[in-house]
Design a protein. Structure first.
Length: 405
């Protein structure tokens, strides 16, 4: 604690525009305060408390309170890594440390606040708080650095790969391997993702982390789907269903993935069966949108156009939700507009142009599987408009991309 508290003291002193003499008057000498701020002195807790008090900042050095706070923070992150509900732990932590802005658990508490922002999908808050915490990384132990790098990877897309790999070096566990597998899956690097899926699954089985085993299985199944290895996909998803017999939410996600695959392979009755079962458990705005989008397409292909339009309207209704606006809302709006034009029989040049835009945008800004999905739709549209050369070129381009995965 004492090797970073001086740095923190100086940080707040300058932020609040206090001079050294103004802070330490009646507490210690200016030269001793300089040593504290430079980390070369080991002040007592009483001196530290008085110096922060001079800045108008509450601090806490109560051993019982800090012991309880540390226990709660440890339990909280354990729940995070097992994908368990953290609401009670979160309230308990805030209640325990509410009267002290500064304490020996300062850095751990800041990581907790950033983790809370992630759970609330507040990426901007994450970025702001991570930037504020960055000057303190030299004072973090390996456990803190592990959490810090995981959070950096979630907040800053351009730094995700290096951050997750750093986390894996600090603590080569199932969680870090899962994050790397998920990242490569989103990038469309499915063979790399599968390598990390195996490592993550084996470690999770050793650690007893069923939630990671389940999430890895979903990613693994998605990889097999995009590699057109559908038998392996079904086997993997069935394994995941068996791991989660009582987890209705996760079972809904698995059924959605299976339904989406049957849709892509033209098995529309099967697709409808799985998607309609998945719908009630797909609760967050983005999951709702994607389920409605797939159901609108399936119903269109089943010639149930009025029902297709109902799901188009449901999808359009959730486009204004914050989670979707923060996650490529313009592309999703185009995706559902494509289906609306299909259902309304407007498969003209405007429709083709819109589908081309969706295909290109998905390749640049969303996971590869979305581009692949719309690529097949675009090939069919080219053929329907007798643009066979473009259909062949696109099919060859997609095949080449698949071979390079």
């Amino acid at each position: 604690m004492k090797n970073w508290v001086g740095f923190l003291l100086k940080h707040y002193r300058l932020k609040l525009n206090f001079s050294q003499s103004g802070v330490c008057k009646g507490i210690c000498t200016v030269s001793y305060l300089s040593k504290i701020e430079n980390g070369t002195a080991q002040p007592s807790e009483e001196v530290i408390e008085q110096l922060f008090k001079a800045l108008g900042i509450k601090s806490c050095w109560n051993e019982a309170v800090l012991k309880q706070g540390e226990k709660l923070l440890t339990a909280y992150f354990d729940q995070v890594f097992h994908h368990e509900d953290t609401s009670e732990s979160s309230e308990a932590i805030r209640a325990c440390l509410k009267d002290a802005e500064i304490n020996p658990l300062y850095l751990a508490f800041k990581l907790f606040e950033i983790q809370e922002a992630q759970l609330q999908l507040n990426v901007e808050a994450m970025k702001e708080q991570l930037n504020q915490l960055h000057p303190f990384i030299g004072f973090m132990d390996e456990k803190m650095l592990f959490v810090y790098e995981l959070l950096v990877g979630k907040a800053f897309n351009e730094e995700a790969e290096s951050a997750f790999l750093k986390a894996d070096q600090l603590n080569p566990c199932s969680i870090s391997k899962l994050k790397i597998a998920s990242l490569y899956y989103e990038k469309g690097q499915f063979q790399k993702a599968l390598q990390y899926c195996k490592k993550a699954y084996d470690l999770a089985a050793y650690e007893g982390n069923i939630s990671v085993m389940s999430e890895v299985s979903i990613i693994e199944g998605g990889c097999y789907c995009n590699l057109y290895q559908f038998d392996l996909m079904i086997q993997t998803y069935e394994r995941c269903l068996n791991l989660n017999r009582d987890n209705s939410h996760l079972r809904s996600d698995i059924k959605y993935n299976i339904g989406a695959t049957y849709l892509e392979t033209g098995c529309y009755e099967k697709a409808y069966e799985y998607l309609i079962e998945a719908e009630p458990g797909r609760l967050d705005p983005l999951s709702k949108f994607l389920t409605y989008h797939k159901l609108s397409l399936v119903l269109y292909y089943l010639n149930r156009h009025s029902e297709s339009l109902d799901y188009i309207e449901k999808a359009e209704a959730v486009l204004n939700e914050k989670q979707i606006q923060d996650h490529c809302e313009d592309i999703y709006a185009k995706m559902i507009q494509v289906v609306r034009m299909m259902s309304e029989g407007k498969m003209n040049e405007e429709y083709l142009k819109l589908l081309e835009e969706v295909y290109e945008d998905c390749g640049k800004r969303i996971i590869f599987g979305f581009q692949q999905f719309h690529g097949h739709m675009l090939i069919d549209a080219y053929k329907a408009n007798r643009r066979y050369k473009e259909a062949l070129q696109l099919a060859m381009q997609m095949q080449e991309m698949l071979m390079n995965l």
